[in-house]
Design a protein around this ligand. Structure first.
Ligand SMILES: Cc1cc2nc3c(=O)[nH]c(=O)nc-3n(C[C@H](O)[C@H](O)[C@H](O)COP(=O)(O)OP(=O)(O)OC[C@H]3O[C@@H](n4cnc5c(N)ncnc54)[C@H](O)[C@@H]3O)c2cc1C
Length: 380
């Protein structure tokens, strides 16, 4: 068993780390305060190939191996969670399904746009959250394609996306379509004011008699949810990497504060009540890194990595939330001030339990795994 990075992976990590330190970190605070997505930064990230991370080389992409992709998201998250989530959503939930399921013409048309611009996935609806069998957005057949009507909520990147991957009910069942948001009848509506990830745009999107060509259907009718499940596993691996990056960032903030801050005549870093927090954070980060490496290895080998990615995401979200909470406590009252970065990390960490599915629903699959072949039927 070899846990070392290849030379290529090491040089990728250096590139990602340098970019995060030089370009991402300097706009992170402004992004949170202004609540505006850092568009100049995204242009620079696109020039580095980060929006084309999942695109094959023959189509002009960076074709990162799975572990390198997790390193990209981890390094971005260490500097700015909003940037990491924008880029992870784009690559995992939009580019990856197109690369996996698109035909040659679709890949050529859509991936050239997505190499330079963000994409968004529109699945969630006002009455269909965890229960995706309740989708009511409808794609009705016409002579030369479909007409789409419905409302999607919580669409990450909707405010900046140049392509939307939409899951809608067609005659054959849930089906995926790729739509230009500039198409007549598409309206980007209300932006959610959020607790964290304030540089990410989450919008309600309306589809009012939107005409879609047959060629803009991704996969066959009825394949929408299986396509979604593949994308979700990919995203869960990326979310686990983002959790690791946030965890490391929070520890760095807590460590620096604890060294400087003196109480009872000594640095508070010497107090074991806080030392336990640092020890637990270190153990959690190590476990999470191994979970990510294992899931990425399965994916690299062409094996089913869904369960490993889900478990890494479930553990990572919990671990990062706990670490952010503990590192805020290390800051004492200052941790509750927005002038300290840890306050932002605490807010951003909360989203990890909501992105890519909730911990309650995610655990159902793990619970089902435990009771497999027992005769006990576990349903959501
Ligand atoms: C930051 C963020 C980004 C998002 N990005 C996107 C996006 O890009 N595209 C998109 O389409 N959607 C997106 N979503 C929506 C997200 O997928 C949903 O919020 C999520 O699936 C949960 O749905 P819901 O909010 O309707 O909650 P509900 O499904 O109504 O659940 C409410 C609560 O009940 C629990 N619950 C539900 N069913 C069960 C059950 N069977 N057993 C136990 N507990 C249960 C849930 O875990 C949750 O705690 C995003 C959401 C957030 C917060």
């Amino acid at each position: 068993m070899d846990f070392s990075l290849t030379e290529e992976q090491s040089s990728f990590r250096k590139l990602f780390r340098d970019f995060a330190a030089k370009e991402v970190a300097k706009v992170a605070k402004h992004t949170d305060e202004s609540e505006e997505p850092p568009l100049d930064l995204f242009n620079k990230a696109a020039q580095q190939g980060f929006f084309a991370a999942m695109i094959p080389e023959d189509l002009g992409g960076a074709a990162l191996d799975p572990l390198s992709y997790t390193l990209l998201i981890e390094e971005l998250a260490k500097a700015c969670m909003s940037t990491a989530i924008t880029i992870a959503t784009h690559n995992s939930l939009v580019v990856y399904p197109i690369v996996s399921r698109g035909d040659d013409a679709q890949k050529e048309n859509w991936l050239s746009v997505l190499a330079e611009n963000a994409g968004a996935l529109a699945l969630n609806e006002p009455d269909a959250g965890s229960d995706t069998s309740r989708l009511s957005t409808r794609a009705k057949r016409t002579t030369d394609g479909y007409v789409l009507n419905g409302v999607k909520t919580w669409v990450t990147n909707a405010g900046i996306a140049k392509l939307l991957l939409v899951i809608a009910q067609a005659d054959g069942g849930p089906t995926a379509f790729v739509i230009d948001p500039a198409t007549p009848g598409v309206k980007i509506g209300h932006r959610e004011p959020t607790t964290g990830l304030r540089g990410v745009t989450f919008h309600t999107v309306y589809f009012d008699a939107v005409g879609i060509a047959e060629a803009d259907r991704l996969g066959n009718e009825g394949e929408g949810l299986s396509l979604l499940q593949t994308a979700l596993s990919h995203f869960q691996l990326a979310i686990a990497a983002a959790a690791l990056g946030l965890d490391e960032h929070a520890v760095a903030q807590g460590r620096a504060f604890a060294i400087e801050r003196k109480q009872f005549g000594v640095s508070i870093a010497t107090k074991q009540g806080l030392g336990n927090y640092f020890a637990d954070a270190e153990i959690n980060a190590e476990v999470l890194r191994h979970q990510i490496e294992y899931a990425a290895w399965l994916y690299e080998q062409g094996k089913d990595f869904a369960a490993a990615a889900l478990k890494a995401k479930l553990f990572g979200a919990k671990a990062a939330r706990e670490t952010a909470n503990h590192m805020l406590q290390v800051h004492g009252g200052y941790g509750f001030s927005d002038e300290y970065t840890i306050s932002q990390l605490y807010r951003d960490a909360r989203a990890l339990d909501l992105l890519g599915g909730t911990p309650q629903v995610g655990r159902i699959a793990v619970w089902q795994e435990v009771f497999a072949d027992s005769g006990v039927v576990i349903k959501p």
